[in-house]
Design a protein around this ligand. Sequence first.
Ligand SMILES: Nc1ncnc2c1ncn2[C@@H]1O[C@H](COP(=O)(O)OP(=O)(O)OP(=O)(O)O)[C@@H](O)[C@H]1O
Length: 209
Amino acid sequence: MSLRVEVRSLTVAGQPLMAGLAIEVPPGAVHTLMGPSGCGKSSLLAVVCGTAPEAVRFEGSIHLDGERVDGLPTRRRGIGILFQDDLLFAHMTVRENLLFAVPAGPRAGREAAVRQALGEVELDGYESADPATLSGGQRARVALARALLARPRALLLDEPFARLDAALRGRMRELVFGTLRAHGVPALLVTHDLQDVADGGRVTRLGER
Ligand SMILES: Nc1ncnc2c1ncn2[C@@H]1O[C@H](COP(=O)(O)OP(=O)(O)OP(=O)(O)O)[C@@H](O)[C@H]1O
């Protein structure tokens, strides 16, 4: 799967944020967006997944594997998003949080997908854990597993490592980038930390307002 985002113009409440931008993300690659606070990074992600508020006006196009998706409602784009707040449901176990994301299908297959995803993020055996009892890094890994279980065609990462301590951040980066590569899922990553740039990944620097 590849992602192409072309921004002819992006305005928020009538103020221009960016123009003349083209981003091409090959399968499994992570493209980093950097820039000062307020330059429109989060607004651009919201436009790509189709959740931007009325005040955000976008002219341009978004393609997934050549299919134009910017006219589609969010749920039909198949683009996942991972935030720094993991947004796990507190009243559900890890397994229930993950099952929630698995597309409809036979029960056994969905359960197997959950077990496999937990293995991929090195959390075998954590099915019945309560998210509140997990460390920040473990919660971040559950959130990654959940994002991938929905089988997204592309993933948007909005400062997903910001809350993790330095040692864990390195491991989470490897895990996230490795998993995206393995699944061939292209990603856009917003960060303020140059160390978050994936090896060989491209960077777009957005300007001041
Ligand atoms: N719904 C809205 N109505 C009006 N202005 C908005 C709205 N959403 C965002 N803005 C403004 O648009 C600009 C871009 O915001 P955005 O959150 O996209 O920036 P950002 O680059 O992600 O910033 P940060 O790094 O601080 O998260 C900001 O000046 C913000 O105040």
